[in-house]
Design a protein around this ligand. Structure first.
Ligand code: ZN
Length: 244
């Protein structure tokens, strides 16, 4: 029933921009790092996830990241990712703005993906600035605990946003532009707690757009959403596609 209502909203209110968070990837076996039982509850983010920690001891930070990178590359897109790609293909989703770094939207077939926290697609050498593709980083990781730049020997840094780093300005500008132009913003699997991304629905609402939320658990925007579905993205989104 609510999937049908959401399908109706998507049909009526174009363009529709989707904002996704960790909840869209949990069904691919990728845990939400920020949940109370997640990674950052077990590991001090300042010690392993901050840019200061990386500058101080990149090999130590890689000892933490290496198993996580292989977990992300082993993961497969789930029905939520596939449904969003399908909606884009049908012309019903303009773009997906994501907080996730796992590349699963692109692998599911989504084309317009704005990665506001960066991604594991590339890593950059802090020494010489060379950019290395994920495949090369994985090859380097197969032979060492931390990937050293083949050009200069410095340990490369994944192009994901670490704590203490600014978000990539081009992606943020694009995300805000999309949010302002959206007749409907569909939030999926995000508790909307991490700024500045949590401010995107505000932009849509201020510009006269509507808001729909599919998330397990509450968000600060629930009272202002046109429709709110407390459910799993992997169940709700395929039902929405089926209802269209
Ligand atoms: Zn280098």
């Amino acid at each position: 029933m609510s999937a049908e209502r959401l399908a109706g909203l998507i049909r009526e209110r174009q363009p529709c921009v989707v904002l996704t968070g960790a909840g869209v990837s949990t069904e691919s076996g990728i845990p939400d790092f920020r949940s109370p039982t997640g990674l950052w509850a077990q590991f001090d983010p300042l010690e392993f996830g901050s840019i200061e920690a990386f500058r101080r001891d990149p090999v130590r930070v890689w000892s933490f990241y290496k198993p996580r990178v292989s977990m992300l590359t082993d993961a497969e897109p789930n029905p939520a990712h596939l449904a969003l790609a399908e909606l884009e293909q049908r012309g019903l989703v303009e773009a997906v703005v994501t907080q996730n770094i796992d590349l699963l939207h692109g692998r599911a077939g989504s084309r317009e993906v704005v990665e506001v926290h960066g991604s594991i697609r590339t890593a950059t050498c802090p020494g010489c600035g060379a950019r290395h593709e994920l495949e090369q980083v994985l090859e380097l990781l197969a032979e060492a605990d931390a990937p050293a730049c083949p050009a200069c020997g410095e340990i490369v840094k994944p192009d994901v946003v670490f704590f203490g780093e600014l978000l990539p300005p081009e992606a943020i500008d694009r995300a805000y532009e999309l949010a302002r132009g959206a007749a409907l913003m569909l939030v999926v699997g995000s508790a909307l707690e991490v700024y500045p991304i949590a401010g995107l629905p505000e932009e849509t609402l201020a510009a006269g757009g509507k808001l729909a939320i599919v998330n397990r658990g509450p968000t600060p925007y629930d009272g202002r959403a046109n429709l709110r579905i407390d459910g799993s993205a992997g169940e709700v989104l395929p039902a929405v596609v089926a209802a269209l």
